[in-house]
Design a protein around this ligand. Sequence first.
Ligand code: G4P
Length: 535
Amino acid sequence: MAPDTVPAPGARAVLDQAARRRTIAVISHPDAGKSTLTEALALHAAVIARAGAVHGKGSRHGTVSDWMEMERARGISITSAALQFEHHGSVVNLVDTPGHADFSEDTYRVLAAVDAAIMLLDAAKGLEPQTLKLFEVCRHRNLPVLTVINKWDRPGLDALALMDEIESTIGLRPTPLTWPVGIAGDFRGVLDRRTGGYTRFDRTAGGATVAPEDHLTPEQAQALEGEAWTTAVEESDLLAASGADHDQETFLAARTTPVLFASAVQNFGVGRVLDTVVEVGPAPTPRELVTGGARPVEAPFSAVVFKVQAGMDAAHRDRLAYARVCSGVFERGMVVVHATSGRPFHTKYAHAVFGRERTTIETAYPGDVVGLVNAGNLRPGDTLHVGAKVEFPPIPSFAPEHFAVVRARDTSRAKQFRRGIEQLDQEGVVQVLRSDLRGDQAPVLAAVGPMQFEVATYRLEHEFGAKVMLDHLDYGLARRTDASASAALRGVRGVEVLTRSDGEVLALFVDRWRLGTVVKENPDLLLEPLVGARV
Ligand code: G4P
């Protein structure tokens, strides 16, 4: 065994703690109900007294400060990146994937920090573009995916048709654990496909408390629901006949996806989601190393940074880094090594940026997320460790869909401009593409979401003293290519070839149609989709 994989003292305790962890993220298209489900999950885990405390959205009550009060009082922890709660003796870390307008590479990077994902679909809409993009990252990482069909209380698609759509669109075989009784819009409860029993839902006012559930036998279900029950049983039998039953091995191998039906807003079926995460969700496993092999979870402390965020105090330009513990124990105050620079990193300032009297993360185990302040040198993908050097593979850059040429407004600030661009590139705020044709004064910035441009522009001006102009380009997608394509595509309309700072050669296309014609005319060119691209 290599010296750096010698188990730390208390390896047994670390293994036990790791085995209890379920670190997951919800992937969904905006409006599918992610915030509602997050609140409902926390509610079921009984960490909050009423819905609304997590996000404080709309008509729901509660604010973030409410939440922080509660956090103090109950000893649970939430950062803006992760919500931690216990359920049936397990510790669930629900890592937030910002959706909505701030969709960016950060959203994808979160998936480098989790062990499984919940794919949340709106029953009326099925698979939507953002879910598909996020799913591509899950596929790339081979992450097990649990599917939740939400909003079954509203008219929507046919349940079997939804299963077909999942299988034909993303190639994951759905293996429903529950099956709805009543069509979308007439949600009465679910058939438990494992026991054959019926879980009947009772409405509660506004879904404000945990929805009461009755557990009935098939005979009672038949007497109560008649036709709706018969249909559910027939459809479930049909699924069984086609082999669509849950199989733990194929789920963990990311070939099948267990499916549950829910109405998050009414708290229907949400308890079952939580039970399923705990029952079938994977615990942290050894993480692959750049040097080959994998770091066992009981090895001394190591973590991977997956998100870096500007701190609250702009004057100090403080950064908060979120790291996922991969092995060993994190204890606040410990001095770890930043693998990229080889420098020590002091963790005693964890969370000081929030001005809290005490941090709630004193100790963390594999699977947990730790927020670190004074993280000026930490970048997404960096490794932190103790003992001999440990390095996890970098988080890949994702398929950009927005492109803009950036120039300094004032040419006398060229030096500041260059330094700023280099820094933002290293931090992964935006991707930076160059070509001889465009020159170094006018690189192309590439992003997954347009918000990344806003952050880059703001920081170039305020941090580096370089005001910039952005010229948005018409390109909408990128493919990985090579130098030979660069020559072949020179001068072709609606296409441009540039080199990213990590050395990848990217061909940009105005749209899918242009890409299609180029592929047809140049069948031998290398044009591969990038991570996160819809194939
Ligand atoms: P997001 O975080 O994925 O963007 O979605 P969010 O939870 O904010 O939910 C989007 C809308 O869908 C909200 O309505 C929410 O109440 C509704 N919703 C979520 N789950 C369900 C469900 O199971 N059934 C039904 N019928 N609706 C659901 P809104 O009107 O936009 O906001 P609000 O005023 O209700 O908060």
